[in-house]
Design a protein around this ligand. Structure first.
Ligand SMILES: Nc1ncnc2c1ncn2[C@@H]1O[C@H](COP(=O)(O)OP(=O)(O)OP(=O)(O)O)[C@@H](O)[C@H]1O
Ligand SMILES: [Mg+2]
Length: 255
């Protein structure tokens, strides 16, 4: 299954403290290339902390402590040679609430590529169109690329967030409850989009909704109070959970 290569992402004995509070407990987890892993768990189980650690978004926090190791392609994400900006380009992140920049749809998507040195108009046009097409937003916005992104609907704004991430050509996409603010139709569109993107990217989707995990993920991981309780093919986890806490969670007894 790994073709002998290293996993795309790996956590090895990862623990994370915010001051005295331990948010992750000795988490060991692998995500294979082109896998779509769904991480589910109730509030406070450490899901966001794990994504932020992979993306090196916690670097700026003080009073935190991380032990263990996070790797991408077998390379230490926190190693001395690793550039956090490069990590954030290779590992894109989409958040719960889409926050478009107060500028045009075009400039929102072009923002990342410009930051990474793309300046030629023709080349920018191309990456903007490709990003929007891949996020399945192009047809809805192609005639109004100069309009403010703030005028898009919530579902469109979330697909714009995904287009912005795709425009810098990441290898991994982490999504932290990307549909929590969306209506059911927009939610289904994002879920369909993720299934398509999975052919080209490695995807980790965080959700506190077990139904979403069952619909989208091929593999799921269940977190509870900072612990990775179990992980496996979603078919198996949802029909034959190994741990009582997983069973309670998927049957809606807490969450
Ligand atoms: N910046 C922070 N400072 C202090 N404690 C934090 C911080 N961020 C998260 N925590 C704590 O760490 C624990 C895990 O939080 P985290 O945000 O990772 O959970 P989560 O699984 O994403 O929850 P939710 O489903 O509500 O988003 C919680 O107890 C939370 O209060
Ligand atoms: Mg969270």
């Amino acid at each position: 299954m790994t073709n002998g290569g290293p996993p795309k992402l790996a956590a090895n004995g990862l623990s994370y403290h915010y001051g005295d509070l331990q948010a992750l407990r000795n988490v060991t987890l692998e995500v294979q290339p082109n896998d779509l892993l769904t991480i589910m768990g109730p509030t406070g189980s450490g899901k966001t902390t794990l994504l932020r650690a992979f993306n090196r978004l916690n670097d700026m926090l003080t009073g935190t402590r991380m032990t263990g190791r996070l790797d991408m392609d077998g390379l230490d994400l926190y190693g001395p040679e690793t550039d956090p900006a490069e990590v954030r380009r290779r590992i894109g992140m989409v958040f719960a609430l889409p926050i478009p920049l107060p500028m045009s749809i075009y400039d929102n998507v072009a923002y990342g590529p410009r930051l990474h040195g793309v300046t030629r108009k023709a080349e920018l046009d191309e990456v903007v169109e490709k990003g929007l097409r891949d996020a399945i937003l192009w047809d809805e916005v192609k005639d109004r690329l100069v309009d403010s992104a703030l005028r898009l609907s919530g579902g469109q704004q979330q697909r714009l967030s995904i287009a912005r991430v795709l425009a810098v050509e990441p290898e991994v996409i982490l999504l932290d409850e990307p549909t929590s603010g969306l209506d059911p139709i927009s939610t289904l569109r994002i879920e369909e989009l993720l299934k398509q993107l999975r052919e080209r990217y490695t995807i980790v989707l965080v959700t506190h909704n077990p139904q979403q995990a069952a619909r989208v993920g091929e593999r799921v991981a269940f977190f509870y109070l900072g612990e990775l309780v179990e992980t496996g093919p979603s078919q198996r986890v949802f029909t034959r959970p190994l741990d009582r806490r997983t069973e309670d969670y998927i049957s809606g007894r807490f969450g």
